[in-house]
Design a protein around this ligand. Structure first.
Ligand SMILES: Nc1ncnc2c1ncn2[C@@H]1O[C@H](COP(=O)(O)OP(=O)(O)OP(=O)(O)O)[C@@H](O)[C@H]1O
Length: 258
């Protein structure tokens, strides 16, 4: 596996709180899911890897570039789709993507805008205002924007959050298609069944520590016949429970989100 993302002892404090605690990870050309309860450190990890935060110690390389020493090179090689809407509803889909193409100084701009709209199956609605788009279409538009400068690694924070079942399935079809075209996807999710079905490997993070990393299949097998990813998740955050952490909160969160 050629690592597209290499993380060594990466650590981030917010005041006294250690949000990411000496994590080590290697991610190759795959769909990699970072799972964990609320406040576990998922978004902080993604923000460190996308150069939006600076670590207190440790290092990370993305596409061969150091996130602290070569942030511009990292940004040119990646895209990041955060949870909150990153599209302007007062513009058309095409205008939104065009804006990104301009910011990234994409060569042969109009062609590339057409290409990514087509890739996300938005061509027919490309000239309609985004205000009229469904949630799933808006998410696909965010992906189109993210793809316009041809990144090698795509970071997605909860890509299917808030979408209905059909829209979630469609987003996953698109993410899987990108993976088949050679893109590396690093994503966070609370949907265990989606991680199970679509991720090549997952890591579970709890209180800033990576508790386990493997394929969903291997993780389930380790627990025994009939185990689900929910079981894997709960098993791996058990330590927190044993330490008196509020397991009820985790479980109710899981029930809400799965
Ligand atoms: N800018 C910040 N300032 C202070 N504390 C922060 C900041 N960002 C995150 N934290 C804290 O760091 C810890 C990890 O937060 P993070 O957002 O990375 O968790 P998460 O796993 O993404 O959670 P969620 O699933 O709820 O999005 C939490 O305790 C959070 O309150």
């Amino acid at each position: 596996m050629v690592p597209l993302i290499e993380i060594n002892g990466l650590t981030k404090y917010f005041g006294d709180l250690c949000a990411v605690d000496h994590i080590d990870l290697e991610v190759g050309n795959e769909i990699f899911g970072l799972l964990g309860p609320n406040g576990a450190g998922k978004s902080t990890t993604v923000r460190l890897l996308t150069t939006l935060l600076t670590p207190n110690s440790g290092s990370a390389r993305v596409c061969g570039y150091d996130v602290v020493k070569e942030p511009n090179k990292v940004r040119e090689s990646i895209s990041y789709v955060p949870q909150d809407m990153a599209v302007d509803i007062k513009l058309t889909g095409r205008e939104n993507v065009r804006l990104y193409a301009k910011i990234y100084r994409v060569p042969d701009r109009e062609n590339q805008v057409d290409n990514v709209l087509e890739l996300m199956e938005l061509t027919e609605r490309a000239d309609d205002l985004v205000r009229t788009y469904s949630g799933g279409m808006r998410r696909r538009l965010e992906l189109a924007q993210a793809l316009v400068h041809k990144p090698n690694v795509l970071f997605l924070d909860e890509p299917t959050l808030g979408l209905d079942v059909a829209a979630r399935k469609k987003i996953w079809e698109h993410i899987s298609m990108l993976r088949e075209r050679g893109m590396t996807i690093f994503m966070t999710t609370h949907y265990m069944e989606e991680a199970d079905e679509y991720c090549d490997r997952v890591a579970i993070i709890d209180k800033g520590n990576i508790v386990t990393v493997d394929s969903p299949k291997n993780l389930k097998q380790r627990l025994g016949t009939g185990a689900s990813m929910n079981d894997v998740f709960l098993e791996n955050i058990k330590t927190a429970e044993e330490e008196g952490f509020d397991a009820f909160r985790f479980r109710s969160m899981l029930r809400r989100r799965t």
